[in-house]
Write a protein that binds this ligand. Structure first.
Ligand code: APR
Length: 313
């Protein structure tokens, strides 16, 4: 059993489920942090009760105190509020921005060597904020959104083509929101390009269902948003880091000139390892795909500016 420690901040739907997946996979000892300490403790205890059945061996504890998180290898941040009726996107930015500032400052002080993985929405702006506020090297700050969006894309492709999902390759880049950029040109099912299997109209349907996949779940749940698929997406990225997998995964990372973009966080394929983001190799995109990526980036920049305007006002 590797001696690995992972902190998950936010013991809500996504955070607690991710913590449980990490325990079931025996990835690490987990500290679950929440402003509501009793909820964090209750969920950790409930998960520990499963230990004698699942024999996962690792420990889970709940706390509101960042001392308990010190020396973590990875810190996952899911703390935040969902958008409520009457709240504008800018209101949400402000509220979750305040939460992100407070969390990253305390968590980074306790675990200065950790890799920080943001999940709180709006993802791209929150990850940028976490990087700015913490002063950490950008290789140690990344966000989870693209693994989830790509998983949704893969699922819908598998359904549309009748191919087992394990045989589907699907990639989504760009912002984690309505302007995300699914790349059907690069998608394959059973080793065959999507264009050989589906009509352009059907491909467009699959793309649209992917883009609004999160909203579809929200509508069905009536309260709250998706958490099972987000949680396993988080756990898979944490595993890539702690195992030093050096595999490319769609990750929200700082762009420093790739795709003609810089000084913003956006999802593109990035190589993850023990040191966090090890490399951001550029993939070839068509002019149209690049144009869509830049449009997506423009939306993220607007969010960053809105946050900065809020700071000044
Ligand atoms: N410090 C620690 N925990 C906090 C803080 C804080 N400052 N503020 C809020 N929390 C906790 C809440 O108490 C709650 O337990 O964050 C948790 C959020 O959980 P949920 O409301 O269940 O939200 P969840 O569905 O898990 O989503 C969390 O991830 O996917 C994104 O859009 C989603 O931004 C949201 C985040």
């Amino acid at each position: 059993m590797p001696d690995v420690k992972v902190t998950v901040v936010g013991a809500g739907q996504v955070g607690a489920t991710a913590a449980f997946v990490l325990a079931l996979h025996k990835t690490a000892d987990v500290v679950l942090v929440d402003i509501d300490e009793s909820v964090a403790q209750g969920k950790a205890l409930d998960m520990m009760h499963a230990r004698s059945v699942e024999r996962f061996g690792v420990t889970l504890i709940g706390s509101a105190d960042y001392h308990a998180t010190s020396g973590s290898d990875v810190v996952v941040i899911t703390a935040g509020l969902p958008r409520k009726p009457g709240m504008t996107r800018e209101d949400l930015l402000r509220v979750n921005g305040e939460i992100m500032r407070s969390v990253i400052t305390q968590a980074a002080a306790a675990s200065p060597e950790a890799v920080f993985m943001c999940v709180t929405n709006p993802l791209d702006v929150m990850t940028y904020l976490a990087w700015k506020v913490s002063g950490l090297d950008a290789s140690h700050v990344l966000g989870m959104g693209g693994v989830l969006d790509s998983a949704r894309f893969a699922y819908f492709i598998s359904q549309a083509t009748g191919t087992p999902v394990e045989e589907v390759d699907a990639l989504v880049i760009g912002a984690h929101g309505d302007t995300m950029v699914p790349l059907p040109r690069l998608a394959k099912a059973g080793g065959r390009p999507l264009a050989e299997l589906l009509s352009p109209e059907r491909i467009e349907e699959v793309v649209q269902r992917t883009v609004f996949g999160g909203a579809e779940v929200v509508r069905l749940l009536k309260t709250g948003s998706a958490f099972y698929a987000p949680a396993v997406a988080v756990a898979s990225m944490v595993r890539a880091v702690v195992d030093d997998a050096r595999a490319a995964m769609p990750s929200c990372v700082l762009l420093t000139g790739q795709y003609g973009l810089s000084d913003l966080y956006l999802t593109v394929p990035a190589v993850l390892g023990r040191q966090g983001v090890v490399d951001v190799p550029e993939i070839d995109l068509t002019d149209q795909e690049l144009h869509a990526l830049h449009a997506s980036a423009a939306g993220v920049r607007e969010g960053i500016h809105a946050l900065e305007r809020g700071d000044r006002g």
